[in-house]
Design a protein around this ligand. Sequence first.
Ligand code: VG1
Ligand code: CO
Length: 542
Amino acid sequence: MIQTVATKPFNDQKPGTSGLRKKVRGFQQPHYAANFVQSVFDSLSGFEGQTLVVGGDGRYFNRDVIQVVLKMAAANGFGRVLVGQGGILSTPAASHLIRSSGAFGGLVLSASHNPGGPDEDFGIKYNVGNGGPAPEKVTDAIHARTLSIDSYRIVDAGDIDIDTLGTRELAGMTVEIVDPVAAYADLMEQLFDFPAIREMIAEGFTLSFDAMSAVTGPYAKEIFERRLGAQSGTVRNGTPLPDFGHHHPDPNLVHAKELYDRMMGDAAPDFGAASDGDGDRNLIIGRNCYVTPSDSLAVLAANAHLAPGYAKGLKGIARSMPTSGAADRVAEKLGIPLYETPTGWKFFGNLLDAGMATICGEESAGTGSDHVREKDGIWAVLLWLNILASRRQSVAEIMQTHWATYGRNYYARHDYEAIAKDRADALMAALRDKLTALPGTANSGGTVQSADDFAYSDPTDQSVSRNQGIRILFEDGSRVVFRLSGTGTEGATLRVYIERYVDRHGKLDMETADALAPLVRAAQEIADITGFTGMEQPSVIT
Ligand code: VG1
Ligand code: CO
């Protein structure tokens, strides 16, 4: 029954910030997905008879790859595979299922915030037994294996029914189709004060959640509408579609514009939120009050003790380097450590496992805690709701109080998308060449105090990750950071992260674009973005 299929390596299977992401057509090449899955298995040892978790965000090609994974897991000796019904598992729910089932690891099938459909993107990510994305030493091993692989193992069997709950058998391996939502919703109910949130909603508090036709629909309906009593219709675009209804499931101000407009109107609900393709990101908007993800992390950290799951306080806060320093001020006030990691959730796993950090976040709308080992969109929304139910203030009031206490980190990210890769590489190379010459020079942003290429040394295992983004720090504490995206599938994307801190006695009510304008000019002067890319303006500002 077990077949060994001869294959040749593909030279483009290096996992990026969050697994392997490619166009669906790339994944549809004969052997492409199987090569990668076998390379994952070949990089692991000791999974004989163990459990593997498999699920995805429901995008086009999800069901096909699940069948391949099931047949390959059986042929490679796994004892059991847990699959979300219909192939659905949000990324945080997959993380929880890996942890709660004691699985060896899991394959999360998603390209997250990237669009889906036959002409769009697909992805595969391997998560280890702690429920988190494989650390770099594992992804490096997987990549090395993809370059030398010459065969993969798969059982010759018909497709398995993944739509009916229950247990079946595949070539001696158990396949269990599980409810993707219930256990995750139970976990949320343990962490947050559901009765208090339910009461606030019963008293007339209104919310709107945009699931963007992606994976969080079933989770959001169960949690917000059924368990918390929000009116039906609170969850919009709540049915996961293989192409996300032709939308881009990225909860930012461009792609979640409908929600944004609703929240800025007179008839706006009290609270608005959205999540991305695989359910690990969150967008938070109060009535007439957009909350930047970096500020959201800071507010959640400062108020987490109001939720039962965090009543004992936080052990530490971790943020990715490009994320603003707003959380640093909270950590300082709480007297707890703040860790600065490279971009990507895989760098938080060790800190969470070691009990060094409780809450983590990224500027890209990812926030999470030690309840799982992924960022978690619905978790962030629930923590916000718990805080609102406890403080009984509006989102805008909470933000104003926060800035009046800690000062404000004005922040924006400018993305230049679909640049030719060689242009983007040339821009970064030119920047690297300048690093030693920049300190002491002046430009529209002020005088440069220091400039470096961020390297991270993991405090738990001393592993070092270099070239994680170019930081230009100004004398007044402002910052411009440049890095290239590791999740795109077309050309290169340059991300420019711009931050300016104003202390609590300063002007706290400026428009972000005005506050950052000199630094935006400085970014152009330092990196000659237009010269290298031909683009006058960023494609997306978040
Ligand atoms: C982006 C974000 C990063 C995030 C990653 C995965 O990576 O910047 O913060 O962890 O996406 O998020 P990059 O390399 O494109 O900047 V998700 O929701 O796409 O899994
Ligand atoms: Co995501």
